[in-house]
Write a protein that binds this ligand. Sequence first.
Ligand SMILES: N[C@@H](CCC(=O)N[C@@H](CS)C(=O)NCC(=O)O)C(=O)O
Length: 933
Amino acid sequence: MAEAKRRRVDMSHNGSATFFTNICCPYAHRAMLALELRPARAALRSVNVPLTSQFGTLDKWGVVKADLLDMFVGKSLEDKAEFKSSVNPSGEVPALRLATGEVVAESEIVAEYFDATSESSSHKLVPVDPLAASRVRLVMKMFNPVVIPIVQLLKNQDPGKDAQLAEQLNACLEKFVLRLGTESGFCVGSVCTLADVHAVPFLWRFGFLVKHFRGYDIFQAHPRLALLAKSFEEMPEFQAVMKREGLTKEKLIPMYALYANDSRWSEDGTVMVGRGKSTSRASSEAHEASEAKKASQESRRLAAEAAAAASAAETAKAAEAATASSLRRSLQAVSTEVAAAKSELGNERVSAAARLRSFDAEQALNQLRVALLSRREEACRCVLSSLLAGQLESLVLGVFTAWRNVKAAQLSAAEEAARAAAAASEASNAGEATELRRQLDSLHAEAIDAQRSVAEARAASIRHESTMAQELLLARATAACLSLREEASRKVIASLLASRLVLLVRGAFHAWQHACNGEDPEKAAEELGALRRQVSDAAAAKVTAVAAREEGQAALQSSQALAEHLSVSVDDLQKKVAALEAEARQAAQLRIELQKAEEEAREVKASQWDLRCTAAMLSRRERASRTVIASLMASHMELMLQGTFCAWRDALAGNQQVEAAAKLQLALDSSKGDLETQALELAKLQKEVSEAAKLRHQLDETASQAAAEAAALRADLAAGKAEVSEAAKLRQQLDETASQAAAEAAALRADLAAGKAEVSEAAKLRQQLDETASQAAAEAAALRADLAAGKAEAVAASTKSDELREECRALKSDAAHLRQQVEDLEAQAAEASEVTEELEQARTEAASRSTQAEDARQQASRQACQVAVAEASVALLLKRERTLRHMVATLLATQLEQFLRGVWESWRSCCEGVAVSVEEIEVGQKSPDGSIP
Ligand SMILES: N[C@@H](CCC(=O)N[C@@H](CS)C(=O)NCC(=O)O)C(=O)O
């Protein structure tokens, strides 16, 4: 009792750690076992917290029976509520409140906390090795699904479900066993781990509890689990817990009776009335045997009942047989009556069939007519549809052929335009080349002009020298010579740049042409080679130009002596230059014409329909232009840099020369009186004069070369003219093509307008047709109504005529009868002629009778007349019907024709609409100003 008091629930937190537990709970058992294996370092107060269900047992059984472990003494549900509010909101054990007031809950977490915080020398429950720890955790995870089926089996109240629940439990246990190690009886490895602490409290207690209450032995089914339980039972720590808590299997079984009875109590609340242990396997077998015995007795009883029922059925069968024979007899009588009635009916049927046959024949005829008409209609539809299909096919074929032709024409026009453009570009190239050459020539001429002017100046200075001091003249000449040299250098550089520009532009146009003609690697390689050759030629020309520049400088130095001779050659050169200028003007004119032709060609090209081709060409041109502009900019940049450097170098050289000239001036000033030096200078001048003669010779040669170049240029000009004439021809052709295209377009537009007009007319016609059709439909409906009325009249008339015929027949028979009577009377009168009176009387009678007969005859003739009239009216009605049918047929035919015409028109308009939309698409791809987007 003292121990029990020690265990009183004391929720107060007095600064020491508290472990809230209950050995009846397998979860709490986990934490208790862990604490035993891994003792806490600080003092730990253990407090038992009764379970809610245990309080119920306590109420009903009393402390002696319910509190076998002395856990509830002095404990109440209020304590439980306080535990919930102050320690664990779920109200579940185990829970650990630390000295700091923090709470650790959930069994495996509490167990792990004990393991982690223990300072005991015992091995850790969670191995330090991560791999071993992972195996421990895997086994723990695989055990969790075992708990639910094991509790379900224990609480199950339906014996029929035991096997199924045991099977479910077995499946979970199998999966768990598969993960267990083989090194020892423990779950993992050779020592006890957290996995064992996790599983054993459950396996140990539910092992014997399930066997006791439900007769299912998990250890027999899984010997590995028996080994595990045994390994644990032998462990001192396990035994220590059991001993301290006073827990034995014998005490635990009555505690778990609550679960085995699924908490079902008798009404007075003192006895459990659930299944308990009553349905163990053995008891269930006995139950099954008694059930089987009951079933066999029941079946025997049922068999006896069945035999009695069979005899009763035999008697009933005999009675029924007698009844059946009497019934059969009456049936035979009835069948005889029925046969008689049938024969009567057959006779009536024959007569009715005879009556109906005529009607059926007419009906069949009508059906035949209808079938014939429907077949005709179907045949007409087939014919029309095949005709329409054929026409549609031919039309589509025609459209495609026309479209192909138009495309081919467009392509050829585009090709021609491209060719013309290429020719024009070549021509423009040639023109530009000519222009550049002309510029080169003009530069050359300017250089020569400059030389001439320099020479004149020089001559003037020489003349002045003769009168003034030769020294001063020489100095001035030197200065002029230097400035001229600089100018000549600039000119040479300009000519070089111009030649580079020519090459660049040519290269650009070649690239453009190459882009336009498609990417032909061989051609490109050839062009590249040609360009390289031109570049090397240009380099050679540059070298030659540098040499010429040097020569020019030399020539300029000696130009003083050449003044007179140059004046003559300058005149010639001026003439040649004038001629060249005239030619250049012509070339410029041609170039302008070519540009115009090219612009016109472009305009013509722009008016072509093949926009894709043009777009592709434009994109290629754009690419080529970009390439060319990039290369031009690069080369310009290079040239600019080169020019800058050259200018800078030339400026430096000029400065040096100016300095030298200044020095020379100073020297000249200083040695003004030195005649010997003057004589020497004069000798030098004479030498220069001789060199100038050589230069003149060279200039003559240059002039002859210039003449040859002029001849070549003239030839180029002629070629250019020929190209221009070709371009003009091409332009003419293009004009023709354009005019043809314009005419075609105009024709197409006219066709389109006509088509549109036709479409509008067709629409109008269709509207009219629709109106007519609606009118016709209304008329047809009216006619149909008339027809129906006529038919009804005809039917009525025919029935009336039938009746009249019948009456007529009756009258005729009456008349025949009367006639017979008259004959009889006449015969009697003939017999009675011997007796006069009798005869007269008989005659009188006969006369009266003949009068009657006459009356009857007259009546019969009247009736015959009436029949004839009725027949005539029937014939008239039939005729009317025929007329109506004919009218309906013609109306239907007209409607059909109109309908087909409408279909045809709508189909044609649809086709034209397609053609129009195609043209509109073609046209719509141009921008409003006619330019290509
Ligand atoms: N998931 C919890 C379950 C603990 C649990 O269910 N404990 C039960 C006893 S077996 C409990 O304390 N129930 C509260 C009560 O019955 O009042 C754990 O692992 O700790």
